[in-house]
Write a protein that binds this ligand. Structure first.
Ligand SMILES: NC(=O)c1ccc[n+]([C@@H]2O[C@H](COP(=O)([O-])OP(=O)(O)OC[C@H]3O[C@@H](n4cnc5c(N)ncnc54)[C@H](O)[C@@H]3O)[C@@H](O)[C@H]2O)c1
Length: 255
């Protein structure tokens, strides 16, 4: 029997990177997976390659879409056991370079999107008396991350939301767990997008980036699997790093 057999899992950002790797891993271990993403073409292709998966178009930054999707999942499957909030975007800019538009965009997807997702998952999970909400944060909400200012702020907001939801649920006996995962650099299209900008603007920094540790999406997917499964039934409100010491080392972590 799979580690998440018969669980129903909704994954935002599931068309790419860490969300896609998590969708695959959860499906391998028996979950029914709903990939929700703003990228329809990629999302449909991703779902078609995963047994028991389906795609739903969702812009996480709009609450109305969330209400409709969560209600549809419950109507179709009878319940929602797992929500992974993995949708996210990054803008390479320090506080000095961050525009109002960048700030609002990064926070609309990361902060607002995660808030709406948690709110509506909690609404239906507490009725069922169980559920696992997993929020994709970053090492950027543990360390300073001067070159991705709005991103670090958004991930820190998500970290705070996560703990607040976990404590509310524990105190009220909702049976819903909420944890955050903090990956270091992982080999995904998002990291490649950042690396490309660095290559264009700062070849020396790009060269240095070639020599640092980068994890694989499945490393994060395995943590998602643990948090989604009943194996983690006492893990609630935790901030779990998947970073091979990146946040605690004095230097860079070599390849
Ligand atoms: N890759 C890394 O190194 C890394 C490190 C730490 C944290 N993270 C976080 O992990 C998560 C996934 O990142 P990734 O590397 O897989 O990125 P990715 O760019 O490969 O995937 C992100 C997905 O989110 C979707 N998305 C963007 N805006 C959306 C919206 N408004 N509504 C719905 N979907 C939307 C995209 O279409 C894409 O499929 C993000 O939250 C990211 O911040 C990534």
């Amino acid at each position: 029997m799979g580690r998440v057999a018969n669980k129903v899992a909704l994954i935002t950002g599931g068309a790419s990177g860490l969300g896609l790797a998590s969708a695959r891993r959860l499906a391998e271990e028996g979950a029914s997976v709903i990939i929700a993403d703003i990228n329809q073409e990629q999302g449909v292709a991703a779902a078609s390659g995963i047994a028991g998966a389906r795609f739903e178009l969702l812009d996480v930054s709009r609450e109305a879409g969330w209400i409709a999707l969560v209600d549809k999942v419950v109507a179709d499957y009878g319940r929602l056991d797992v929500l992974l909030n993995s949708a996210g975007i990054v803008r390479l800019a320090s506080i000095e370079e961050t525009t109002e538009e960048m700030w609002r965009l990064v926070n609309a997807v990361g902060t607002d999107g995660t808030f709406f997702g948690c709110k509506h998952a909690l609404r239906v999970m507490k009725v069922a008396g169980s559920g696992s909400i997993i929020n994709m944060c970053s090492t950027a909400s543990i360390q300073g991350a001067p070159q991705v200012f709005s991103y670090a702020a958004s991930k820190s907001a998500i970290r705070g939301m996560t703990k607040s939801i976990a404590v509310l649920s524990a105190q009220n006996g909702y049976g819903v767990r909420c944890n955050s995962i903090h990956p270091g650099n992982m080999r995904t299209p998002m990291l490649e997008e950042v690396a490309e900008i660095v290559r264009e603007n700062d070849p020396a920094a790009a060269q240095a980036m070639e020599n640092i540790w980068v994890g694989e999406p499945v490393d994060v997917a395995n943590m998602v699997l643990f948090l989604a499964s009943d194996e983690s039934s006492a893990v609630n409100g935790a901030a779990l790093v998947v970073d091979n010491t990146t946040t605690i080392t004095e230097g860079v972590v070599p390849k």
